[in-house]
Ligand binder design. Structure first.
Ligand code: GH3
Ligand code: MG
Ligand code: MG
Ligand code: MG
Length: 316
């Protein structure tokens, strides 16, 4: 028999073990010119399971961050180092990595309080004064990592549609514009494929809104299975989906659109035990125009023509 007190203790141990296991995903870069200081910090971080990387100076840290050897979530940054000091390094890191991408804790020595303020101004999220108590070190590291994870989770949720878990229109406007500019600059082909399910209202009328929702999830999964890694697939509206495909010409885009139309039409859907036939109309645009928004408008006009000319077809 285990009394309640022991159970809480066991639960606490399990929670800690789980936390340590999850921390293996978290990369911490320790930047310090002192070998013994790096070894000490590595030992501390190891106790909480963090994946630790080390750099001896600012340039090595910047090279590591640029090389993308696994994601780095937290940088612990010494102030006094040969070559580049901590404040300079922090401001250079912040030119490339926002506060939603990584957090920085500056480390300065006792008696140099002004440096902490300067580290914060340069872009550090927090600072710690050495020598420190281990307890303070862990509180600052764990809290900053937890806050970063929360920020990333919130950003992810803001970019996703809760029903289908596809990206949403907001994400298309942000990430799609970057993709559009890069494609224009590099002279690569880009295609906007807009899909609108045919007579979707009838599905809601027959099977209720929750029945309609199930169909939308099935369609989203079906489209997702056919999208490439470089494609941006979003739920564009209620029963409208948009695929932004990179490196495709007109012929490729029309082929892809046709494949998507056939895939949706071929879905074997059942609601309340009844088989359900579903079709979709598709509008395609491969003309770059002046901006992504203009490409979307042209695809929408093509989609309108697909609807008025009989539905269940691809129109350019
Ligand atoms: P068509 O596009 O072929 O002209 O006909 P439609 O019946 O699909 O017409 P329309 O695009 O105007 O209507 C879309 C319908 O999709 C209206 C709305 O009730 C339904 N809808 C939009 N969002 C959702 C949703 O999240 N869940 C469900 N179940 N239905 C939705
Ligand atoms: Mg130093
Ligand atoms: Mg619609
Ligand atoms: Mg529709």
């Amino acid at each position: 028999y285990v009394n309640k007190g022991n159970l809480t203790e066991i639960e606490h141990v399990i929670a800690t073990v789980e936390r340590i296991h999850r921390n293996r995903r978290i990369g911490v870069l320790v930047v310090d010119d002192s070998t013994s200081a790096r070894a000490y910090l590595r030992t501390l971080l190891g106790r909480y399971g963090y994946r630790t990387l080390e750099a001896r100076d600012g340039q090595e840290a910047l090279d590591l961050l640029a090389s993308g050897t696994g994601p780095i979530h937290l940088v612990l940054c010494d102030q006094h180092m040969p070559g580049m000091d901590g404040i300079t390094l922090i401001s250079r890191i912040r030119r490339h990595f926002s506060r939603t991408e990584l957090c920085i804790i500056g480390m300065s020595n006792h008696g140099s309080g002004i440096l902490s303020a300067r580290q914060l101004k340069a872009g550090a999220n927090d600072f710690i004064t050495r020598p420190f108590l281990e307890e303070e070190f862990f509180v600052r590291v764990n809290q900053n990592v937890a806050l970063l994870e929360l920020l990333q989770e919130m950003r992810e949720n803001a970019n996703r549609d809760p029903l289908t878990r596809l990206y949403n229109r907001r994400y298309l406007a942000d990430a799609g514009e970057t993709v559009y500019q890069a494609a224009r600059r590099e002279g690569r082909g880009l295609a906007v494929i807009l899909l609108d399910l045919d007579h979707f209202k009838q599905i809601n009328d027959r099977f209720g809104h929750s029945g309609g929702d199930k169909v939308l999830v099935n369609v989203a999964d079906c489209l997702m299975a056919r999208a490439r890694r470089s494609d941006i697939l979003v739920r564009y509206g209620g029963e409208e989906f948009c695929l932004l495909a990179q490196d495709v010409d007109e012929k490729g885009a029309l082929g892809l659109a046709e494949a998507l139309r056939e895939a949706v039409g071929g879905l074997e859907l059942r609601l309340d035990g009844e088989p359900l036939a579903l079709t979709t109309s598709v509008g395609v645009n491969t003309h770059p125009g002046t901006c992504l928004e203009a490409m979307l408008e042209a695809a929408d006009e093509a989609l309108y023509r697909a609807k008025t000319s009989g539905r269940n077809r691809v129109v350019q």
